[in-house]
Design a binder for this molecule. Structure first.
Ligand SMILES: Nc1ncnc2c1ncn2[C@@H]1O[C@H](COP(=O)(O)OP(=O)(O)OP(=O)(O)O)[C@@H](O)[C@H]1O
Ligand SMILES: [Mg+2]
Length: 410
């Protein structure tokens, strides 16, 4: 069903601009240039979301919002207030009369589009109620706006690590469009790929079929290979990604996703569905700026969970210091991955994940501990019936770090 959006602004130019952008994103749009018309349209057409300008002659946006909230059919329709004012008092006023979100002019159209889509999703979740409550699988999405930061390397190692830690199968979805390389990183030639997902009519694409499209790797990874035919990418919509995740969620405990370095609809779906977003950050100015922007967009999308920030030294020297980066990002790193000359590129070339290497090596230990930290808190709390060697090593390290912290009795 196409979602309907009502745009209310006294400037015809503004309504036109927003209308065009929303129509391009696939929404059905109507607009009103004053309060009374907006109220009439809202009650007759009943939109799924309303974008409401504050500064309008005769009846301002606050008053329109207050009246909308009194109208039975539109009382729960999400409202985003759009205004040139940015004072806290105005925001409070907006929320008091029932607005759900607030965007200040001038704004970038993509930001508005993201907010609209996030708010629509949030309200659908609320309407869907407990049936849409969290599903079993924990989804870990590895993402960075900067290419070459280590996303694919981390995604492959996290998936292999989770499989080894818990002794289970872990799907790894290669959504790094247009062409993913998870398959070569694992020395695999998948029989099925995303090509098959988009070629199958959605009514035939159940959990069994999608699970059948996964290719097993000896580590326990179940790979959904990326596209081989880039002309099919347009058919890979946000909804299709969300659907695939929902199907797999009911079958597995963890899903790991490698993503493209962008905010296209498939990436947004992978981010939206994530329980944790892992962001590798290389110590350079471009990575810092792009990560800062990504964090800002996450805020706009209403993501509550802090991402797992990993400072990844993909080069050996002349990097920006951790302290400077943390100050700039206004967020501490959860982990610092040291530069490991040759190890990561050798893993790529041999198709053997780094975490499969010598368990005594500090790098493998660091990756195993990272996997533990990203695991489901409920699983962390109890000892598995058959603990894997990885689980035993991680527990041993946790025990020894606790005893090192404990003050010695003299
Ligand atoms: N800690 C590290 N030390 C040294 N080299 C690393 C480290 N992490 C990743 N690399 C190397 O950095 C390069 C980029 O890694 P990777 O392909 O995983 O990143 P990406 O973000 O997926 O890049 P792409 O833009 O190609 O998708 C690879 O050559 C990898 O071997
Ligand atoms: Mg990659």
């Amino acid at each position: 069903m196409t979602e309907k959006i009502l745009v209310v602004d006294d400037s015809k130019l503004m309504t036109r601009m927003i209308e065009d952008m929303l129509k391009q994103s696939g929404y059905e749009v109507m607009s009103a240039n004053d309060g009374p018309t907006a109220l009439k349209l809202a009650s007759e057409w009943v939109p799924n979301l309303i974008l409401l300008d504050v500064m309008m002659p005769d009846m301002d946006g606050f008053e329109v919002c207050r009246r909308l909230r009194e109208m039975e059919r539109v009382a729960t329709v999400p409202i985003i207030m759009v205004t040139a004012k940015s004072s806290i008092a105005d925001k409070i006023n907006g929320f008091e009369v029932g607005a759900d979100d607030y965007i200040t002019k001038p704004f970038e159209l993509p930001e508005l589009r993201l907010r609209v889509s996030a708010l629509l999703k949030r309200s659908q979740r609320l309407i869907a109620g407990p049936a849409a409550a969290p599903k079993p699988a924990r989804i870990i999405t590895v993402f960075s706006l900067r290419g070459g930061s280590g996303c694919t390397s981390l995604a492959v190692n996290l998936a292999a690590g989770l499989a080894k830690l818990w002794g289970i199968h872990v799907p790894l979805l290669d959504l790094a469009l247009p062409f993913g390389v998870c398959d070569s990183m694992l020395n695999l030639q998948p029989r099925y790929r995303l090509d098959d997902v988009v070629n199958k009519p959605i009514v035939e694409l159940g959990a069994d079929v999608i699970t059948g499209y996964l290719t097993a790797h000896e580590s326990g990874i179940q790979l959904l290979g990326g596209f081989s035919d880039a002309t099919l990418i347009d058919r890979f919509s946000e909804n299709l990604v969300t659907y695939v995740l929902e199907q797999l969620r009911s079958r597995f405990r963890y899903i790991v996703i490698d993503t493209a370095h962008d905010f296209t609809p498939p990436t947004i779906a992978a981010l939206d569905g994530a329980d944790t977003i892992v962001i590798p950050v290389t110590p350079d100015i471009n990575a810092a700026r792009l990560t800062y922007n990504a964090l800002h967009i996450f805020d706009s999308l209403g993501y509550q969970e802090e991402p797992f920030l990993t400072l990844n030294w993909t080069f050996s020297q002349q990097g920006i210091s951790r302290i400077q980066l943390e100050k700039f990002l206004k967020q501490p790193f959860n982990l610092v991955m040291p530069y490991a000359a040759g190890v990561w590129s050798q893993a790529i070339n041999t198709g053997v994940p780094v975490i499969e290497g010598d368990p005594e090596s500090p790098l493998v230990a660091m990756l195993e501990d990272m996997v533990w930290r990203l695991s489901d808190p409920i699983m962390q709390k109890s000892k598995p019936d058959n603990p894997t060697p990885t689980w035993q090593r991680v527990s041993q390290r946790i025990r020894s770090s606790h005893s090192a912290e404990r003050p010695k009795a003299d």
